[in-house]
Design a protein around this ligand. Structure first.
Ligand SMILES: Nc1nc2c(ncn2[C@@H]2O[C@H](COP(=O)(O)OP(=O)(O)OP(=O)(O)O)[C@@H](O)[C@H]2O)c(=O)[nH]1
Ligand SMILES: [Mg+2]
Length: 433
């Protein structure tokens, strides 16, 4: 079932290399994350090298001694790839490659590759491609100057071959730039529809709730569980469910679905791409419109894998990423998920702002929904409406969308008691006595 076990998939051994620049830095966590990112790319970290340096070496990123150690390790372990914990400059990558005789991939390159493998929809594919091109553009010079060196080294006609090389570099740059422009145009066209929809949603009175959090926390699982129970018609159908899987970045696109609870209250729920620390800025920029769904939500549900020993760092990563997206001061409920794996009792409500659950447990889902409703329907108030018989359509409309708390009839019409939002109170003002 898992393609990971398939014999066709080669697992490539790699070395991990990191700088400790600050004693406070949580390098254990960063390295565990880096190893997971590597494994998601079918790489097998065989050894980790750490150097404490206040400032990276401008030429090779690592200091001389560590570079030599890496060169020897490449031979000892017979690997041809080194993965670095931070994003390196194009020249640092080139110099380190030369000095160690191995290919060097930085954290950003690794994340971009995973996203590229996972992208399914057209929009996701274009967004990833845009981010990759932006990452490659300043790095073009690297590969070109390497080949230039080789050309001159081979004793070619110096001046002319250099000239030809430069032209080629210019050409490549132009090609990349025009491809980027084309992708941006196509994305804008594809996203026009979704922005119209998002505007419509904002204008409608149905509140929106967004699932956010670290990758693999269980956001999509929770979404599917709620869809199965409260999705509308076809949305509770298995085929309309979102993709959930035990892997990093299973979800790359945003899905929004409407839920209708037994008391007829409704809200929209969105599931989106998960976060990881040091998410490359080109990716954040390329995925901006996908991620903006959370910015427009009335409430965020931050899903946290409480069974992971690093869950606190993962929460900090989520907060940082939200801040980078300009999302702050938003109502949020922290959902500590996977309590079943952590041997914690669940569901357990911790004040208004947090709950411990297991995503597939119905009682957990019910308790979570109670908290959600309290938050998004906070302004609801109980009112009694006197609707004349002549306005029976109004009664029908109210009954469609609200739980009836009481109903009577008098000589003039129907007397309904329902909980309404302040906007709805305004709208039905003339029936309130
Ligand atoms: N035991 C247990 N497993 C869970 C729970 N919630 C989710 N999982 C598993 O965790 C894995 C990841 O779940 P997803 O729902 O795909 O996670 P996600 O947050 O959407 O991840 P990305 O889309 O990668 O950001 C899957 O294998 C789920 O079955 C839970 O409460 N308990
Ligand atoms: Mg997901």
């Amino acid at each position: 079932m898992e393609d990971f076990n398939s014999t066709e998939v080669k697992i490539r051994p790699v070395l991990l290399a990191a700088l400790r620049q600050d004693q406070k830095q949580n390098l254990d966590y960063e390295l565990e994350e880096l190893a997971n990112l590597a494994r998601a790319n079918r790489l097998d970290p065989v050894e980790t090298y750490i150097q404490s340096l206040e400032r990276p070496n401008p030429a090779t990123y690592f200091g001389k001694g560590k570079v030599e150690e890496l060169r020897i390790a490449v031979q000892t372990y017979d690997v041809d790839l080194i993965v670095t914990n931070d994003e390196l400059s194009p020249s640092q990558i080139r110099n380190l490659e030369k000095a160690t005789d191995a290919t060097v991939v930085d954290r950003t390159g690794l994340i971009l590759d995973i996203f590229a493998q996972r992208a399914q929809t057209k929009v996701a594919k274009l967004q990833v491609q845009l981010a990759r091109l932006q990452y490659q553009l300043p790095r073009l010079r690297t590969s070109m100057s390497v080949s230039l060196d080789q050309q001159t080294g081979a004793g070619g006609g110096g001046f002319t071959s250099r000239g030809a090389g430069e032209t080629q570099l210019e050409q490549s740059r132009r090609r990349l730039t025009s491809e980027m422009v084309a992708i941006k145009k196509e994305l804008a066209e594809l996203q026009k529809d979704s922005s119209v929809q998002s505007k419509k949603r904002q204008e409608s009175e149905i509140p929106t709730v967004a699932l956010v959090g670290y990758t693999n926390a269980g956001k999509s699982t929770l979404m599917n569980q709620l869809l199965t129970r409260f999705g509308q018609g076809a949305e509770s159908d298995q085929s309309k469910q979102v993709f959930e899987k035990d892997m990093l970045f299973a979800t790359l696109n945003t899905t929004i679905r409407q839920l209708t609870l037994p008391d007829k209250s409704q809200f929209l729920l969105s599931d989106t791409v998960g976060f990881v620390s040091k998410l490359p800025h080109h990716l954040v920029a390329a995925f901006e419109s996908t991620l903006q769904e959370a910015a427009q939500a009335d409430l965020l549900l931050q899903v946290v894998d409480i069974s992971d020993p690093h869950y606190k760092e993962m929460m900090a990563t989520t907060e940082e990423t939200l801040e980078r997206l300009g999302i702050k001061d938003k109502a949020m409920i922290t959902v500590f998920n996977k309590a079943d794996l952590a041997d914690l009792s669940y569901p357990l409500v911790d004040g208004e702002g947090a709950i411990t659950i297991s995503a597939r447990d119905r009682t957990s889902q019910d308790e979570l929904l109670k908290l959600v409703k309290k938050e998004i329907f906070a302004d609801r108030q109980e009112v009694t409406l006197h609707v004349p018989f002549a306005d029976s359509a109004v009664v029908a409309n109210i009954l469609d969308h609200h739980e009836l708390l009481a109903q009577e009839f008098d000589e003039n019409g129907t007397v309904l008691t329902v909980a309404l939002s302040s906007e709805e109170v305004q709208r039905y003002q003339k029936y309130i006595q």
